[in-house]
Design a protein around this ligand. Sequence first.
Ligand code: ADP
Ligand code: MG
Length: 285
Amino acid sequence: MTEQPLVEISALDISFTTKSGRVDAVRGVSFTMGRERLGIVGESGSGKSLTARCLLGILPANAEVRSRHIVFDGIRVDTAGEAEMRRLRGRRIGMILQDPKYSLNPLLTVSQQLCEMFSIHRVGNRAEARAKAIDLLRAVGFTDADRVMASYPHELSGGMGQRAMIAMMLMTDPDLIVADEPTSALDVTVKLKVLDTMDRMVRERRMGLVLISHDLNLVAAYCDRILIMYRGRVVETLNSPDLAAARHPYTRALVDSLPRLDRQVDRLKTLDRGADWTRWENAGA
Ligand SMILES: Nc1ncnc2c1ncn2[C@@H]1O[C@H](COP(=O)(O)OP(=O)(O)O)[C@@H](O)[C@H]1O
Ligand SMILES: [Mg+2]
C-alpha cells in the first residue's frame, strides 16, 4: 500500500482519576488503518469507545490522554486545535452512535438536519443540499424519500432513524465513518438491514469504517480486520477470515462461545477469566 494511512494511532493511553482511584481505561493502543473496514471488539468497558472518540477529539473532559501521535489523513489530531477538529468532525469523519434518538435532533425534520449538515460545512447551496439529501435517502433504502424528508425523528422507527443517520453522515462525503455499536438498540432483522446499508455505502464510496461492537460474529461479517480489546489493550489483531486461528485466550473464548449452526451446543460457553490471560496482558500482547 503506497497511499498514506487514513488513521494512525500510536501508544495511546487514556486514564481517569476517580474518587476510588486511578482508572487506566486505554493502555498502549496502537494501530494503523487505510480505507478498509476495521472492527473493534471487546466486552463492555474494554476501552473501545474511548479509543474511537480520541480520533474525533470528543473524550470526556476528565480524561487524561497521552500518545506518541494520533494522525488522521496526515493531520495531527493529538495536537490540533478546536477549530481544526470542528472541520474534521462531521465533514471528514462521520460518527454513528448506538441510538438515533440521541444523534438526531428531535426538533428538526430529517430534511432540515441533512441540509444543515451540508451548510455547516459549506459544501453547497440549498438546492444542491436538498437534491443530495433525497439521493442519499434513496440510497439507504427509502422508497418514499420525500415523505421521510418531511418527518421528525419520532415519526421514524429505530431502523429508519439509523438509516437516516447514515444518510446524514454521508452528506459531506466523509473519508471515515466511526460506528459505535450502531445497531445495539435494534431488532435482529432490522439490524442486518442497517448494517448491509452501511456496508454498501462504505464500499461504494471507498471510505474507511471503524465498526465497534461487543459482537464478534457481527464484526467478522462486516469487517476486513478485527482488533480485539481486553481491559484497555489491543490483545490481538486478526483478518476476519482467520478468526478460527485466533491465539489469545480471550479471543479463543469469544470464538468458542459463538453460536454455530453446524453443531449442537447445549448452552453458550461462559467466559472464564483464567490466570493465563494475565500472563498475556503482562506480556503486552
Ligand atoms: N468519564 C469517565 N470517567 C471515569 N471513567 C471513565 C469515563 N469514561 C470512561 N471511563 C472508564 O473507561 C472504561 C472504558 O470505557 P469505554 O471506552 O466507553 O468502554 P467500551 O466502549 O469498550 O464499553 C470504562 O469502563 C470506565 O472505567
Ligand atoms: Mg462503548
